[in-house]
Design a protein around this ligand. Structure first.
Ligand SMILES: Cc1ncc(COP(=O)(O)O)c(C=O)c1O
Length: 382
């Protein structure tokens, strides 16, 4: 079996499944599961006496997350999920009636509801529609929507259903040219595609850990640039948001100048330590290597599916590919097709009008070949 950038020995899930659902919920690598278990054992044995060690590890994980996102460590906050990071923007800006937010029409609800919730403050949410359902949005559609003015352009780095990758640096330039903040839902790419958020001019990015980052559910990371932080009110400040944290009798509200101001209170250490082990694994493998591998698997998969007679729904042209490939089989609904494949040991999900497949850096070309053979059999007799 060919070498993989992420060691297969870290993924016991491969004993039971051909796991191709990292766009859904990723399996925990062994070292992440061990880090969560070690946290539990430590607190079981020593309770709060391990607190200083926990703080030290938290700082290491924050630094590793900053490296992964290509940003200074001061700009990183831990969040409880993707939505929370996006909601810090929707709740924190000083909205005026008539302000506009531009989003693609096909976003996951996490990047829609926080903006729709501003309707009672007179904020208008412009959803950019593709010409045909499920199609990639051309840059001109965003230009046209922004031309009417906008406070925020908020997009997914990779669209969750069919997996097209947005041109993040170009969209960021476009947003700024129209005076808008550029906000990124990064969950469908961070951990799979190399990130350079600061260089790309992203203002805020947010991603939970449970997909491509290979972490536990309910613990994620947020990037907030210094310029973005200046514009965002912190509406949920707590003891952990201030410069003088742990001076319990100091009643002044002096917010930490770093992104830690968004972290209100006690940290999710079990989550942070699990996520930290997974990020270490990804950084050790190298994000360039992981992405080259995943991209290669997806190219191989897309070609194999076409040869097998399936209908490819993902447009991977012009750098728009990601770790997601979505397809349909004539005569079968996406849920029927997905159920048949899951029954044969392939973990995939019905999304984007088809079956969504999302391999990671430990999957092999042999697994992709076996998957394509299973699809070919369904094409022959649905
Ligand atoms: C694009 C996108 N954003 C957000 C989420 C999940 O959001 P959260 O981390 O808040 O649960 C998903 C999950 O499927 C997603 O695909």
């Amino acid at each position: 079996m060919a070498d993989t950038p992420l060691p297969r020995s870290e993924f016991p899930v491969t004993d039971r499944w051909t796991y191709l659902n990292h766009a859904g919920v990723a399996p925990l690598p062994h070292s992440a599961a061990a880090a969560v278990a070690a946290y539990g054992a430590g607190v079981e044995a020593d309770g709060g006496e391990a607190y200083r060690a926990h703080e030290a590890r938290e700082a290491e994980v924050r630094a590793a997350a900053a490296r992964l996102m290509g940003v200074p460590v001061e700009d990183v906050a831990f969040v409880k999920n993707t939505t929370e990071g996006l909601a810090f923007v929707s709740s924190g800006l000083d909205w005026q009636p008539g302000d506009r937010v531009v989003v693609p029409a096909c976003e996951f609800p996490s990047n829609l509801y926080p903006w729709l919730a501003l309707a009672d403050r007179g904020v208008d949410v412009v959803q950019v529609e593709p010409e045909e359902a499920g199609e990639r949005l051309p840059m001109e559609s965003f230009e046209a929507a922004l031309a009417g003015g906008a406070r925020v352009l908020a997009v997914s780095w990779v669209q969750y259903g069919r997996g097209w990758q947005a041109d993040v640096p170009a969209l960021s330039r476009l947003a700024h040219a129209h005076g808008a903040l550029f906000v990124l839902d990064a969950i469908q790419a961070l951990g799979c595609i190399p990130a350079h958020f600061a260089d790309w001019g992203v203002d805020v990015a947010s991603a939970d850990g449970h997909k491509w980052l290979l972490g536990p559910e309910g613990c994620g990371v947020m990037y907030a640039s210094p310029a973005a932080r200046e514009q965002l009110r912190v509406l949920e400040p707590g003891w952990n948001s201030v410069v003088h944290r742990q001076q319990w009798e100091n009643r002044a509200l002096v917010l930490d100048p770093t992104a830690r101001r968004f972290e209100a209170g006690t940290q999710n250490y079990a989550g942070i330590f699990g996520l930290g082990a997974s990020i270490d694994l990804l950084l050790d493998a190298g994000l360039d290597e992981v992405w080259a591998h995943v991209n290669g698997l997806c190219e191989h998969l897309a070609a194999g599916l076409c040869n097998a007679g399936a209908e490819l729904l993902t447009d991977r042209a012009d750098g728009g590919g990601s770790g997601i490939v979505t397809f349909a089989v004539a005569g079968m609904s996406p849920t029927e097709c997905t159920a048949a494949l899951v029954q044969r040991g392939f973990s995939v999900r019905a999304r984007g009008g088809g079956v969504r497949v999302s391999p990671h850096g430990y999957n092999t070309p042999e697994e992709i070949d076996a998957f394509v053979s299973a699809v070919a059999a369904l094409v022959r007799s649905p």
